[in-house]
Design a protein around this ligand. Sequence first.
Ligand code: ZN
Length: 174
Amino acid sequence: MTRRKIIIEPDTILRKTSEDLEKVDNELRGLMDDMLETMYAAPGIGLAAVQIGVLKRLIVIDISKEKEKKNPLFLINPEIIFKSKNTSVYEEGCLSLPGYFAEIERPAECKIKYIGYDGKKKEMTASGLLATCIQHEVDHLNGKLFIDYLSKLKKDMIIKKLVKHKKELNKIIL
Ligand SMILES: [Zn+2]
């Protein structure tokens, strides 16, 4: 397993739509293992392939708590087939927007169909944190970030600060 570099906003790749995967093979499983290691190291509870620069519809999630046994979830070509009318609010962060958090309202439950690590078609109903996490990651596959739900003013301010942060990072590297 290799740890990959996480792409930070603003970056045009984060705004692109990811493509469906054709087949599940060992190469793809290797990529998913890399994504999981990258996510655990960050640390984060969800990561979409686009965040490491791969425009494929691929997500890894693990919402297990620190002391619990790891419980990774691999979602290939996930599709949300139901969203509840009732909503919930979580304070969301994102590995591509380091240091920024905002309360985002989303459907409290969702149902998805997807292909698993074993290449088999599956369905799952999620609620609570998992439902929010899935919707956040599926948004990534469609080029959407959680700051898109905020007012233009708030969003522009966060992007401006991230641009500054990136410039400072480059200065140190150079
Ligand atoms: Zn994210």
